[in-house]
Design a protein around this ligand. Sequence first.
Ligand SMILES: Nc1ncnc2c1ncn2[C@@H]1O[C@H](COP(=O)(O)OP(=O)(O)O)[C@@H](O)[C@H]1O
Ligand SMILES: [Mg+2]
Length: 304
Amino acid sequence: MTPKTPIIELKNLTKYYGSYPGIMDINLGINEGEIFGFLGPNGAGKSTTIRLIIGLIKPTQGEISIFGKVKRAHHLEIFKEIGYLPGDIGLYKDLNGNDYLNHLLKLRMGKNYRKNNDTLMNLQKRFSIRFDKKINTYSKGMRQITGIIQAFMHNPRLLILDEPTTGLDPMMQEEFFNLILEEKKNGKTIFLSSHILSEIEKVCDRVGIIKKGKLIHVEEMTSYRTMPGKNIKIEPLESPEKTLKIINNFVEPGKVAVRNGRIEFYYKGEIQKLIEQLSQVKIKDFICETPRIEDVFFRYYKDK
Ligand SMILES: Nc1ncnc2c1ncn2[C@@H]1O[C@H](COP(=O)(O)OP(=O)(O)O)[C@@H](O)[C@H]1O
Ligand SMILES: [Mg+2]
């Protein structure tokens, strides 16, 4: 089987703002049908990368392909197949939500806009917002939802969403994740950025980490979801030395830490065996946690 052409391909993509580097030498392929999370702290270069992909700014160096074609100029045709949510969406505040969305849909689809009316109405129904009210009365979350709806309403094949979860309350966030998971089932490709991994980890197939303009790591999320180990913390009631000795018998030495009278280690074996061994000593507290994905990723933010 020949490998599929990525739906977005970035080759040595570089953008300088004057002499100031925005992003440097990014190489990345986004596969059709995946949800890709683009993760990085503020100022890392997420929006720069996204604006380059959309064609709002020009690269200093490098190449962008979309749908298998090298992007040379601003091709309007492509925009019928892309849904874009900017990081700082500006809405026409004097319009009501309905008029704004319908107006945009007409601009985007021309005569065919009626074909997408049902899609737009179904999207509006998902989120309980009064779209008949003027946008200048909307909360941050309501404006963000309006921005999200405009990205999805023309049923595009590829969605590029810059920090879509910003300002959403937990209910809105859940509905938004339901929406992107459904769209993925319909074969859509979703590229979304965030600076908070825990918000997006559940929906992403892969996550790429960008820091100071460089893509430093790309990871399949399944490998983390199925990670077998646990973080164990034990507080001995008496004889901490004996407890430590037992633990050292089946955990690699050097992997066990003692902090504030608590013995802490990462354990991949069977929990039953651990408990059997520990029954030889008295313990005051026993904590068994699934490692947070955030902790695993955090070292990339810190170290590299
Ligand atoms: N229009 C611009 N002019 C000059 N510098 C910019 C501009 N846009 C972004 N930058 C700089 O490029 C870097 C990356 O910014 P950005 O892509 O917006 O990061 P992110 O979206 O990850 O927060 C930042 O240091 C930012 O200050
Ligand atoms: Mg940004």
